[in-house]
Write a protein that binds this ligand. Sequence first.
Ligand SMILES: Nc1ncnc2c1ncn2[C@@H]1O[C@H](COP(=O)(O)OP(=O)(O)O)[C@@H](O)[C@H]1O
Ligand SMILES: [Mg+2]
Length: 297
Amino acid sequence: MADGYGHPGTDTSAPLVLKDPPPKPCRVIVVGNEKGGAGKSTVSVHLAIALMRMGLRVGVIDLDVRQRTLTRYMENRNRWMQSTGAQLPLPEIIRIDGSTERDLDLAEQEESRRFNEAVARLRAVCSVILVDAPGGNTHLSRTAHMTADTLITPLNDSFVDFDLLGDVNPQTLEVLRPSFYSEMVWQCRKNKARTLRQPIDWIVMRNRMSPLEARNKRKVGEALNNLAKRIGFRLAPGLSERVIYRELFPAGLTLLDLTEQGSNTSFTMSHVAARQELRDLLILLRLPELAGVELVF
Ligand SMILES: Nc1ncnc2c1ncn2[C@@H]1O[C@H](COP(=O)(O)OP(=O)(O)O)[C@@H](O)[C@H]1O
Ligand SMILES: [Mg+2]
């Protein structure tokens, strides 16, 4: 897959051939949130394809040992390419399985080793690695968070999901204390700063925003602004609720593939607006790998 584009029949599980040493350092982007259903896999797939369309070599790691959404997405994409003959960007993908060791220490060692090997393997051939983290606070998830250069946390636009980030006063929306997930990220940031002397750029993005819930939207936005200042993350404008995200999975397509050969979904104004939201997210990420590169979708 020299051009990074998958051709029909490409085996996504084929071993990578490591040729040259990496030309430049590789950025690890982790898409994580303890909560399931926040949009991690949807955001991971869309970002991976967007970055490939911008000319970057992208590798993805599926850490969700139960749901495997990302792996299934890419399998569907491969099948779609075979049946339509379309040539679409197809990232290298590595799926990591959880350890079956019964001893916790041994299980964690094995999982750390599997994760580090996957990162090393992709680092040699990619300039960006995207990790789709699992829901829940697992060892694999914590290991990935500790490796992140950029951490993106999608968050459903609801106080139920907000609660994993922070506890707020319902009247004033003032942050009372950070909660589980923020504490975990804090530990990972400390750990990375101590061991590697490198920061984690943390971006929280709202997902599935509804135009019908103006009051809820405003209140969640205000609380997130307060929390961003208190625990140090950047806030992205986020993605709206759109049916298209749910419809694309069986074909393994993204919003960026709708105008390609074989796509039988008509491209509407809603999709134009959705692409704009994705563009805004990419701009906000401020990835050095995209410095000076024109957005091409
Ligand atoms: N912006 C969105 N609009 C509509 N549906 C969405 C949106 N983002 C995600 N979804 C849907 O929500 C569900 C959960 O998303 P997913 O990406 O699998 O979350 P996670 O990986 O965090 O568990 C999926 O059915 C997905 O299609
Ligand atoms: Mg997922």
